[in-house]
Write a protein that binds this ligand. Structure first.
Ligand SMILES: Nc1ncnc2c1ncn2[C@@H]1O[C@H](COP(=O)(O)OP(=O)(O)OP(=O)(O)O)[C@@H](O)[C@H]1O
Ligand SMILES: [Mg+2]
Length: 452
């Protein structure tokens, strides 16, 4: 077998080094050398997807690729209606978050629907997998399991069995014997994933690759592979709480930014039909520093509670922290409150948090962040049945958002009585059964929320 050589290539200037070094000799950049494989053997390796000759696009037949549905509604939505036959997906997540659990549940659903599924575990013995499957009720004769890390053997299994779905859990332990670096290194992970993708595409096998998210750079994480696969999903959540969120971040066959919400039980992951209730505290009476924001995630509205805590700082430079909301936007809201509303926040530490571990990135949460900070700073609670949304500009003006109608409808459904909304959105909102309060400026909004 041809030996594969590894070189270190500077991501900055392209300079090659035979050995890793902290500094590139070519351009002087630090930490820019990344392991690359220099291929000696010839022949095609990447999938040949179409016939070779260019053709007018009008002559190309468009066939909707069939999908394998998992039957788990929350999951199928994130997948864009099911796993596309012959597609390659990547599932990333922190260690221990429940990736294997989710994947095994998918496998058993598809196996139970009469398709052959191969679960390649590179981290656990087949006995461990069986024990988990027993606990999850995921045992089915169509589900084949193997514990293997050598890519050559996995390739052989795939070519022999041609399963409808194959899962590799996880890619970080898989290795190609001819590559000298250790499993988990950038070179191994990249090469093994590229090979698996090639084998899957050539044989029409749907493939799911599991990858750990790693904090330090010693193991190659899912970012190394995102460009290679058709779809990327992250499985997230607070390990100390029971719910988990599956988020699509890339999908060549469906929309991204969809989320699926699950609860982790000892019997496995159960889909949560009414996720808004998860992201709010149940007792919402007299909560200083908290407000509920109807946010729009993927194709649905979620009501999320945003909390803020301000306290006099003990340090020369006050602390600013944000979790679940965009840090920059929360700093921006602090600046707008300080300058435009004349709130003296300069001497306060400010912590902003979205309850339940969701990540809200959209600017529609601005008003929620600002109201929560003002509420904590003034020590006045927002009425528990009031919600607020809107983008806040640098001049403290409130701008309209998308999907205003749906946001208010969801708030009404969950029993909210008042919604503070951008005046620009008023026409899109049906004010039936809920009091809609249009505002043009942040000051008006804070007055309406009774935190001025
Ligand atoms: N016997 C059990 N009863 C209840 N819950 C369990 C049990 N065993 C594991 N769990 C839950 O499953 C979680 C681990 O799930 P899983 O092994 O699927 O995670 P993972 O992301 O695949 O982890 P790894 O990074 O180790 O591969 C645990 O954090 C725990 O919440
Ligand atoms: Mg696992």
């Amino acid at each position: 077998m041809a030996k594969v050589k590894v070189a270190y290539v500077c991501q900055h200037c392209g300079h090659k080094e035979p050995k890793w070094a902290g500094k590139c000799d070519g351009c002087g950049e630090f930490n820019s050398l990344v392991e690359e494989v220099e291929r000696a053997e010839a022949g095609p390796r990447r999938p040949v997807i179409a016939d070779d000759r260019p053709v007018p696009i009008t002559d190309v037949e468009s066939i909707e690729r069939p999908r394998i549905q998992t039957g788990i509604g929350e999951l199928d939505r994130v997948l864009g209606g099911g796993i596309v036959v012959g597609s390659v997906g990547l599932v990333g997540g922190d260690p221990g978050i429940g990736k294997s659990t989710l994947i095994l549940q998918i496998c058993s659903r598809i196996a139970a629907a009469g398709r052959k599924v191969l679960y390649v575990s590179s981290e656990e013995s087949v006995m461990q997998t069986k024990m988990r499957a027993d606990r999850l009720g995921a045992v089915h004769e169509n589900l084949l399991v193997v514990s293997e890390t050598n890519l050559d053997l996995i390739r052989k299994f795939l070519e022999e069995l041609k399963p409808a779905l194959t899962v590799v859990d996880s890619i970080q332990m898989i290795y190609r014997p001819e590559i000298p670096s250790a499993p988990g290194s950038v070179a191994q992970v990249r090469e093994c994933a590229a090979d698996l993708t090639y084998i899957a595409k050539r044989n029409g096998i749907s493939l799911l690759i599991v990858s750990h998210v790693t904090k330090d750079g010693s193991i190659a994480g899912p970012k190394t592979l995102e460009h290679l696969v058709d779809a990327v999903f992250y499985f997230e959540g607070d390990r100390f709480q029971t719910f988990r969120v599956l988020r699509g971040v890339k999908n060549r066959f469906g929309s991204t930014n969809e989320i699926g919400v699950f609860e982790m039980l000892s019997s496995g992951l159960r889909e949560v039909a009414n996720p808004s209730e998860l992201f709010m505290s149940h007792d919402r009476t007299d909560r200083v520093g908290s407000v509920v924001v109807p946010t729009y995630v993927g194709t649905r509205t979620l009501l999320v509670e945003i909390q803020a805590l301000t306290s006099r700082t003990a340090y020369p430079a006050p602390t600013r922290r944000a979790s679940g909301v965009d840090f920059n936007r929360s700093v921006l809201m602090t600046a707008v409150l300080s300058r435009r509303i004349e709130m003296d926040l300069g001497g306060s530490d400010i912590y902003v948090n979205a309850v339940g571990g969701v990540e809200i990135e959209e600017p529609a949460a601005d008003l929620g962040i600002a109201v929560a900070i003002a509420s904590s700073f003034r020590n006045r609670a927002v009425h528990p049945r009031t919600c607020a949304f809107g983008e806040v500009g640098l001049a403290a003006e409130i701008r309209g958002t998308t999907q205003a109608g749906q946001r208010v409808a969801e708030a009404k459904r969950l029993g909210f009585e008042r919604a503070i909304v951008p005046a620009d959105n008023l026409r899109a909102i049906e004010a039936d059964g809920i009091q809609v309060v249009p505002v043009r400026t942040l000051r008006e909004a804070l007055e309406e929320a009774e935190v001025m």
